[in-house]
Write a new protein. Structure first.
Ligand code: ZN
Length: 97
């Protein structure tokens, strides 16, 4: 039994949430705290925050949320757990709207 061919990859590449392919998926560098990808097959872009992994289909929403997450991450050391949780909930609400 041999493992699936995974040569040359330094990290897992998630399939595109829209078309499901991995061949056209390219990582997009935005921030150390946010991982983002774009799909060459269908043009979908999405991002996953390292703080609270969750895929975002909407690129515009992802951009806004990513910026706020970066701000939130910078504030994290001085926020209480309750404050941090409340802000994450607010961000999740923004991502769903
Ligand atoms: Zn795609």
């Amino acid at each position: 039994m041999s493992a699936p061919d995974n040569t040359g990859t330094t990290s897992d590449t998630d399939p595109c949430p829209y078309c499901g392919t991995t061949s056209g998926v390219q990582p997009v560098t935005t921030s150390p705290k946010v991982q983002a990808w774009s799909c060459a097959e269908c043009g979908t872009q999405w991002a996953v925050s390292v703080v609270n992994p969750r895929p975002y289909m909407d690129h515009l929403t992802a951009t806004v949320v990513a910026r706020r997450l970066v701000t939130l991450a910078d504030l994290a050391p001085i926020l209480t757990d309750t404050e941090l949780r409340a802000r994450l909930v607010a961000l999740a609400g923004l991502a769903r709207s």
